[in-house]
Design a protein around this ligand. Structure first.
Ligand code: G6P
Ligand code: ZN
Length: 556
């Protein structure tokens, strides 16, 4: 024995005090990086999680956790912190993606495939990254999906009275860049290939031969990973397994600040892709994904597909894809998502579910076999293959349809409208409203609710006005105050809610939808087609007056 032998790490108990505001939002705890960099901030949250899990879920000791993140700034630091705390907390094994990386859908796939107890995902999704950007942490349960509110509320309650956390003293950081297994104070740490399990799952769902043939025939695609985590997945699947030409994936290197991109795949932020998809020389198929690779945007040449239409179209064509050949059990959409999917569900004779915003609400429906496909207006689409929305999955679904039908993106969508009618749809975001003003606006709107039904605004008449409330058909839990809905005679809708994912001030989202029947005019510019609803929204909610702003900051 020499005196230089490393001493074994020991469990260290650190005293701490609660931080305000550690309540997880729509999708985990999201704050500025600088907030997470405060001494004990992340530790408090992680310890609160470990403290409540045994009671909420079952014993954690000896169990397997999956850990990984979207690679944004602070990801590596956070992973090392979590590994030490997990070891100190008696976790048996952690599976962590190489480099601390795992896309959100891949984390869900790994949890499910390996029967893990749960997983910790580090991401602020589509919010900008870098030292001045955002960071986030969320917990997913054994089904691979986001923890339900019962758990996130328990975590929050625990963060209010936390006094200490456990970590390791004398433990060096682990090498996360080499695949393989090591131990940390008795806990097994397995560094896994972040792509392998996910790519294997995709091959079970989609017709890889048909998609390979599409590329071999000269089909051209541009996949914009926006400097974020979908890059390695898209390269491995598209350029690797499917033989797409090198360069099909652009911005494919995951960077800590996303290369300055705002990795939110919508027409307002993915401007590079929109430009590349316009004109005669543009590729046939364009797609983008967000910071943690769970969102998707679908484009044809000079043609943008709304997420609501995308869900409806995938549902209508699902049986053309191997993984869904036997049909769908049901389709679920978040309340603000357009009713296009409901029309398809009706035609297919299957249930259409309407849930509050937040992917976690789909979990029970999927687990219970009540829905197969799910989608949200916020560029999220997914199925029962995992319990998160899945960007590359949606993109492969579209590619599989292009390959199976020989049609273009635009011709598929136009044919869909001709058959089911078109739901003109747009979302207007009013970002950075001072929180008190935004709260006052919503309060004023809610106050008016009892008086709105029957009121006329020009040619429009409000048939129903309410605050959406959801009773989960599986566990009976009730989520109320999920957004104010104005439903007009004829089925058009205006929906108002405050974003649950922002980190600065409040964001008012106004969702606008108008139905045009199958034989109607499908060629109007969207904002024109919605003009009277836009005016109605401002009149009823007094948006300009109460927000203090003159126009929405983002229109998608
Ligand atoms: C995240 C969630 C989605 C949700 C979206 C918008 O991406 O995973 O389920 O639709 O945020 O949330 P927000 O509250 O900002 O409208
Ligand atoms: Zn995301």
């Amino acid at each position: 024995m020499t005196s230089t032998a490393p001493t074994a790490p020991t469990v260290q108990i650190v005293s701490t005090r609660p931080f305000d505001g550690q309540r997880p939002g729509t999708s985990g705890l999201r704050k500025k990086v600088t907030v997470f960099q405060q001494l004990h901030y992340l530790e408090n949250f992680v310890q609160a999680l470990f403290d409540i899990l045994p009671e909420q879920v079952g014993p954690l000791a000896g169990q397997t956790l999956v850990v990984g993140g979207d690679g944004r700034f602070h990801n590596r630091v956070a992973v090392q912190t979590i590994l030490k705390m997990a070891a100190a907390g008696g976790v048996g094994r952690v599976m962590v993606g190489r480099g601390g990386l795992l896309s959100t859908p891949a984390a869900s796939a790994v949890i499910r495939k390996h029967g893990a107890y749960g997983g910790i995902i580090l991401s602020a999704s589509h919010n900008p990254g870098g030292p001045d950007g955002d960071f986030g942490i969320k917990y997913n349960i054994a089904n691979g999906g986001p923890a339900p509110e019962k758990i996130t509320e328990a975590i929050y309650a625990r963060t209010r009275d936390i006094t200490e956390y456990r970590t390791l003293a004398g433990a060096a950081d682990l090498d996360l860049d080499r695949l393989g297994t090591t131990t940390l104070a008795g806990m097994t740490v397995e560094v896994i290939d972040p792509v392998a399990d996910y790519a294997e799952l995709m091959q079970k769902l989609f017709d890889f031969d048909a998609m390979r043939a599409w590329f071999a025939r000269g089909g051209r695609m541009r996949m914009d990973s926006m400097g974020a985590i979908s890059g390695p997945y898209a390269r491995a699947v598209l350029e690797g397994l499917l033989g797409a030409p090198a360069g099909t994936v652009v911005n494919g290197e995951p960077l800590e600040d996303f290369g300055g991109h705002h990795p939110d795949p919508n027409p307002a932020h993915a401007t590079e892709l929109i430009a590349a998809m316009s004109g005669a020389g543009a590729p046939d198929f364009g797609a983008a994904s967000d910071g943690d690779a769970d969102r998707n945007m679908i484009l044809g040449r000079d043609f943008v597909v709304t997420p609501s239409d995308s869900l409806a179209l995938l549902a209508a064509h699902a049986t053309k894809v191997p993984g869904y050949r036997d049909g769908l059990a049901g389709i679920a959409r978040s309340m603000p998502t357009s009713q296009a999917a409901d029309v398809v569900a009706q035609a297919l004779g299957i249930p259409a579910w309407e849930t509050p915003t937040g992917w976690k609400f789909f979990g029970n429906l999927l687990d219970a076999g009540k829905a197969t496909l799910c989608g949200e207006e916020s560029y999220g689409t997914g199925s029962n293959h995992v319990r998160e929305k899945d960007g590359l999955w949606a993109i492969l679904f579209w590619l599989n349809l292009l390959a199976a039908t020989g049609e273009s993106v635009e011709s598929l969508v136009r044919a869909h409208w001709k058959r089911f009618g078109r739901h003109y749809y747009s979302r207007h975001d009013w970002e950075g409203i001072p929180t008190e003003r935004a709260d006052a606006l919503m309060a004023a709107l809610r106050e008016q609710l009892p008086t709105l039904a029957g009121r006329r605004f020009g040619a429009l008449e409000i048939a129903q006005a309410d605050d959406f409330s959801y009773t989960d058909p599986v566990d009976g839990s009730v989520s109320s105050r999920q957004g104010v809905r104005l439903i007009l005679a004829g089925g058009s809708r205006v929906v108002f809610r405050l974003s649950g994912t922002g980190t600065e001030g409040a964001t008012l989202r106004v969702y606008l939808e108008r139905f045009e029947p199958a034989d109607g005019d499908h060629d109007r510019p969207t904002q024109d087609a919605l003009a009277d609803l836009i005016a109605l929204a401002d009149t009823v909610a007094r948006i300009r007056e109460l927000s203090g702003q003159t126009a929405p900051t983002v229109i998608t």
